[in-house]
Design a protein around this ligand. Sequence first.
Ligand SMILES: [Zn+2]
Length: 110
Amino acid sequence: MPNHKEALSILRQTLMDELVLLQSQTDPVELDQQSIGRVSRIDAIQQQELAKSNYRAAALQLKEVIAALSRIDEDEYGYCEECGEDIASARLAVKPEVRFCVSCQASHEQ
Ligand SMILES: [Zn+2]
């Protein structure tokens, strides 16, 4: 499945770039009362919180992408980790790092 490998490699690079960018946005907010007012300080803190939660989500996705790439190398890619059935190729096209088929994913999210 060379197309999935390529998609995953691109996704991995995109996520790594995103993590670097988000990392820089999670730096402690400069609490300089002289230069910024109270409202923009709250704003800056909210931005930082958002960056942190985006960072966590991207880091998690990157982990899944790397795991999917190693499954391709081991020839285990495209099967549901829960039931062992093939994962629909349309599903893999949208989210190439998925580990479960639709029905197992649904039961995980309950
Ligand atoms: Zn399944």
